[in-house]
Design a protein around this ligand. Structure first.
Ligand SMILES: Nc1ncnc2c1ncn2[C@@H]1O[C@H](COP(=O)(O)OP(=O)(O)O)[C@@H](O)[C@H]1O
Ligand SMILES: [Mg+2]
Length: 149
């Protein structure tokens, strides 16, 4: 089992797409183990996006991610990180195939709707940043044996 951190970003929340985006992960079969609605502050945003500090888009990225509430989730499945990244699409919506979240719903890289961890190390770091251990629920679904082998 693997866990990944997903953020339904402020543009998606403002556009009324929380349900649409959560539903895509849910339908695919990833198991939700944590979820919260929050406005990310600058300090948390700068820790989350530390790898991008100094890049040209860094300040606009922080302004974007802190501009309105987000929904932050931890999802679980075998290969959850790669599954979620493929469901999300490429960083730029224009490079994202139809069928992916960014390919179906997005136009610009600075309004690309959703974040997903890009590696096991990032996932562990990001989950720890956004969730206390007691906020994550260890559970199994009745349908799990029809989704996971
Ligand atoms: N060239 C860019 N111009 C504006 N925003 C960008 C650019 N590149 C990345 N971003 C923003 O920064 C976020 C983090 O970048 P990155 O980690 O490379 O992409 P991803 O979210 O696909 O993992 C992107 O999702 C996007 O919101
Ligand atoms: Mg990234």
């Amino acid at each position: 089992m693997e866990r990944t951190l997903i953020i339904v970003k402020p543009d998606a929340v403002q556009r009324g797409l929380i349900g649409e985006i959560v539903a895509r992960f849910e339908r695919r079969g990833l198991r939700i183990v944590g979820m919260k609605f929050m406005q990310i502050d600058r300090q948390l945003a700068s820790r989350h996006y530390a790898e991008h500090e100094g890049k040209g888009f860094y300040e606009s990225l922080l302004a974007y991610i802190t501009s309105a509430p987000s929904v932050v989730m931890v999802l679980e499945a075998p290969n959850a990180i790669e599954l979620a990244r493929r469901t999300i699409g490429a960083t730029k919506p224009i490079d994202s195939p139809p069928g992916s979240i960014r390919g179906d719903l997005g136009v610009e890289v600075g309004r690309n709707l959703v974040h997903g961890s890009d590696s096991a190390e990032s996932a562990a770091r990001e989950i720890d940043l956004f969730f206390a251990p007691e906020e994550l629920v260890n559970w199994s679904r009745d349908v799990d044996r029809w989704v996971f082998e």
